[in-house]
Design a protein around this ligand. Structure first.
Ligand SMILES: NC(=O)c1ccc[n+]([C@@H]2O[C@H](COP(=O)([O-])OP(=O)(O)OC[C@H]3O[C@@H](n4cnc5c(N)ncnc54)[C@H](O)[C@@H]3O)[C@@H](O)[C@H]2O)c1
Length: 370
């Protein structure tokens, strides 16, 4: 017998910058000129049908004016497009359009666009570079940062995907001005999540200032964007692949993601997460980790953000409980939850950040919620 040892120990530097500001298209061109994507000229701009005329087309024109060779790949807006088929259609279109390894992907849009594009870029030609140009508060707050990419399947959300870090993230606060109010609220759910899990002071700031986001007060929008990035990248830098600490970013998402699927995407991601946050606060309270007053503060902040905190009447609660078992934190067929430890902190359980919860326990919480 002969044996060859394939030595593949790697030192990887996937560091990247996140720029937060206004009208960042020129900055993007400048960075490309400075070699952000190895001087490649071929650009696959991926966006959805709403963002295409608003932001992707002007960026496409700017790229052409500066000597690049972009092509836009547009898919219908909304969560229902975050599926393998969308990725496949774009890939086939890119292949026949002659995109090879010397290209990069520019995702212009919200979390659906950045999730699909990052996943596609990771597998196209076994990997091409990609950039996120975030145009929603939710993408700014969460989806565009951290390198998690995925698509949904009929069973549940985000189960098929990969970790793939972008070359750079642009958070263009000017784009928030065209967002429907419902989308601003949805993005604020992830913002409240960040404050609840890591930063009591930021939670208090939101209690006092969140209306400024709806009024596009620059100082408030900037603070919200910066705090979200800071809290998220602090966690991601310690645990990029969700081996342990990164699980805390799942706060509210065990119930939230199940709700999103059971509602057949009638609920936006953030709307489902908001209700999930309340369910998980109630669970924390039942274990003596939160007081009544703290749970009420969370509910009241979510309401200030324009978010519902009750489970909609059309949701089948038994189905919701069953759907929880599609969560990626499930181990040995048992549910695991991230729990609050008051406001601004999550509870650590030994060396884990999620704890086992019985079906009967979470069922009681879900059936007792309004
Ligand atoms: N990868 C991660 O770490 C991560 C984290 C959180 C959420 N997510 C994912 O993000 C997705 C939700 O993100 P989202 O809410 O941004 O969804 P989205 O991309 O569907 O955008 C929401 C809506 O806003 C529209 N839109 C986007 N920018 C606009 C603008 N500037 N003006 C007007 N309309 C605009 C879109 O066309 C869409 O209709 C979910 O799929 C969720 O699973 C991923």
């Amino acid at each position: 017998m002969r044996r060859f040892n394939v030595m593949l120990k790697k030192v990887v530097d996937d560091s990247y910058d996140i720029d937060i500001g206004y009208c960042l298209e020129d900055r993007l061109i400048n960075d490309l000129e400075e070699g952000l994507c190895y001087g490649y000229k071929r650009v696959a701009i991926i966006c959805d049908s709403t963002v295409a005329p608003l932001y992707a087309t002007p960026i496409c024109r700017k790229l052409i004016d500066n000597g690049y060779d972009p092509k836009m790949f547009v898919f219908p807006e909304g969560e229902r497009s975050k599926i393998r088929k969308t990725k496949e259609l774009i890939e086939d279109d890119m292949l026949v359009s002659g995109f090879r390894k010397d290209c990069f992907v520019l995702a212009v849009g919200g979390g659906v666009v950045t999730d699909v594009s990052g996943f596609l870029a990771g597998t196209y030609g076994r990997g091409v570079p990609f950039i996120n140009y975030a145009t929603t508060l939710l993408a700014a707050a969460d989806a565009s940062v951290g390198g998690k990419t995925a698509v949904n399947t009929p069973l549940a959300t985000n189960l098929i995907g990969m970790f793939n870090q972008p070359k750079k993230v642009y958070i263009d606060l000017d784009t928030w001005k065209t967002l429907p109010i419902r989308q601003i609220s949805s993005g604020l759910a992830e913002t409240v999540k960040h404050a609840m899990m890591a930063d009591k002071e930021f939670f208090e700031y939101l209690e006092n200032n969140v209306s400024g986001v709806f009024e596009f007060e620059n100082s408030v929008c900037e603070h919200v964007a910066e705090k979200n990035c800071e809290i998220k990248y602090r966690v991601v830098m310690k645990d990029e692949k969700e081996a342990s600490l990164r699980e805390i970013l799942n706060l509210g998402h065990t119930v939230g993601r199940a709700l999103e699927t059971v509602s057949d995407y009638t609920l936006l991601h953030g709307e489902a997460v908001a209700i999930g946050l309340v369910a998980e606060c109630e669970l924390s309270k039942s274990r003596g980790l939160m007081t009544d007053d703290e749970v009420n503060r969370v509910k009241s902040l979510l309401n200030k953000c324009g978010l519902e905190t009750n489970i909609p009447g059309y949701i089948d609660r038994n189905l919701l409980v069953e759907k929880l078992y599609t969560d990626k934190k499930v181990r040995g067929g048992k549910l695991r939850f991230v729990l609050q430890d008051g406001i601004g902190k999550v509870k650590q359980f030994g060396d884990s950040w999620a704890t086992f919860v019985n079906k009967s326990e979470i069922k009681r919480i879900i059936f007792n919620m309004k």
